[in-house]
Design a protein around this ligand. Structure first.
Ligand code: NDP
Length: 446
């Protein structure tokens, strides 16, 4: 049995109740297996055995009182997976689906994503099964304060720096930071995605979506192609989806459809993003309300209970959640001659769907490379905050673009070097892995 097979069997055996974590480890380890003959030092130093085990998992009770006076208890998590390259960094997710499997898969992916940015940040993730949807500001604040009452002792600007993710935006980061400051009595960059008034960075809100389009445009450019004039489907209508759609439109793409977890809107004349922003960023409403705003003469339609991937497109941008694009949807994309899939979300495509993309010679940019712009800009936020200076929008945006172009060039070069041209799963995973593995070896058996 090979080194990789051995480790994979062990991970499956020990984590039988964690399907998403096993899926993520499977995808990464299988795609890097080609390097182990050339690099015996990884096996000799037990790198994989150590890499698949989190350095620390924290799970805690989050009690809070709702507006009716009822006591609620949620579960809080922080998975500090790997700090070989730098302090732990990764978002917090508040969503009812959160459990240990999802936290571990996200933290594991984050290790390689953060490594790909070229910055000194390790991998972590956290969150809670709390559902902020439909909760008042007061309830969200009390929940965030209770969550931080425990988390604050495990994080710090040189230890672990959380950020937002699904269900955690500017409002939540504000409440979390306020409570951290109250408890630790320091005003430091311990949470990124902060408001501009208290140390946040310009472009952070837009970074993941913009970064996705920058890396995509680079991939197209190297094939003498362009986003301009292409039909695009973007899943989700949250932070990543909105700013990916905005930048795609800026580059001349036709964004035809967007969705939330209940249904999608389709407009053959292109989605009006100002409406989506009003519904999602201001009203915290549902995507079906789009029709109330767009007026009777609009060509928009709302389709419920159907996958957004049925809409024919040349570019598919999954920006909603894990495993939203399965093998059947992938086959529909292939049948509709979709040429490019770039992931704004984390692991939105199942491993079987990815096989369909690669078999059909679609250019597929996996999330850990394509959505790394968010965490890269979080690292810019840390740099600005600790040096007490603020860069302009243009300065941050240019740095973000440069990082995304570099990521593309690196993963392209590595995939070619190992004889897997156009396979960016291999390119991204090997590039991300090598830096982490070498850092682990340098630091001894810890
Ligand atoms: P948000 O909470 O802002 O938005 C998530 C969107 O996805 C919502 O529109 C939500 O709809 C929709 N959605 C959730 N589940 C489904 C589903 N099963 N089918 C269809 N739509 C669904 O989250 P973000 O935009 O911040 O994050 C989206 C993805 O991007 C996540 O995978 C996240 O981990 C990843 N990511 C985010 C980064 C960031 O900077 N924010 C950085 C890197 C990755 P509804 O309101 O109905 O739930």
């Amino acid at each position: 049995m090979s080194y990789v097979e051995d480790i994979l069997n062990d991970v499956k055996e020990k984590n039988q109740d964690q399907p998403e974590f096993i899926q993520a480890v499977n995808e990464i380890l299988n795609s890097i297996s080609v390097i182990f003959d050339e690099h015996k030092e990884f096996e000799e130093n037990g790198v994989l055995e150590r890499l698949v085990e989190p350095e620390r998992v924290i799970m805690f009770r989050v009690p809070w009182v709702d507006d009716s006076g009822k006591i609620n208890v949620n579960r809080g998590f922080r998975v500090q997976f790997n700090s070989a390259v730098g302090p732990y960094k990764g978002g917090l997710r508040f969503h009812p689906s959160v459990n240990i499997s999802i936290m571990k898969f996200l933290a594991f992916e984050q290790i390689f994503k953060n490594s790909l940015t070229g910055m000194s940040i390790g991998g972590a993730k956290g969150g809670s099964d709390f559902n902020p949807k439909g909760r008042s500001d007061g309830e969200v604040m009390r929940f965030c304060q209770s969550f931080m009452n425990e988390l604050f002792r495990h994080i710090g600007p040189d230890t672990d720096i959380p950020a937002g993710d699904m269900g955690v935006g500017g409002r939540e980061v504000g409440y979390l930071f306020g409570q951290y400051k109250k408890l630790a009595d320091v005003h430091v960059a311990v949470l990124t995605g902060a408001g501009l008034e208290y140390g946040g960075s310009l472009v952070r809100k837009e970074a993941t979506g913009y970064g996705l389009i920058y890396i995509l445009e680079e991939a197209l450019k190297s094939r003498e192609d362009t986003i301009k004039g292409k039909d695009i489907v973007v899943s989700g209508s949250g932070n990543v989806a909105i700013y990916a759609a905005q930048k795609a439109q800026k580059y001349g793409g036709n964004v035809l459809a967007m969705c939330d977890s209940e249904g999608y809107i389709y407009d053959k004349n292109g989605i009006d993003l100002s409406i989506v922003k009003e519904i999602k960023e201001v009203k915290r409403g549902r995507i079906k309300e789009y029709l109330d705003y767009s007026g009777k003469k609009s060509s928009a339609e709302y389709i419920q209970g159907e996958k957004i991937w049925n809409v024919p497109c040349e570019i598919a941008l999954p920006c909603a959640t894990q495993n939203e694009l399965d093998v059947n949807s992938a086959k529909i994309l292939a049948k509709n001659k979709t040429k490019y899939v770039a992931e704004g979300a984390n692991m939105p495509s199942t491993n079987e769907a990815v096989d369909v993309f690669l078999k059909n010679k679609m250019i597929y940019l996996p999330g850990k490379a394509a959505n790394a712009g968010g965490v890269a800009t979080s690292a810019f936020e840390m740099a600005q905050r600790s040096s007490r200076i603020a860069w302009t929008f243009k300065e941050v945006d240019e740095k973000l673009k440069r990082i995304m172009i570099n990521i593309y060039k690196n993963i392209d070069a590595v995939s070619k070097y190992y004889g897997y041209e156009n396979n960016y799963v291999v390119g991204a995973n090997i590039t991300g892995f090598l830096k982490v593995a070498n850092a682990m070896i340098s630091q001894g058996i810890v």
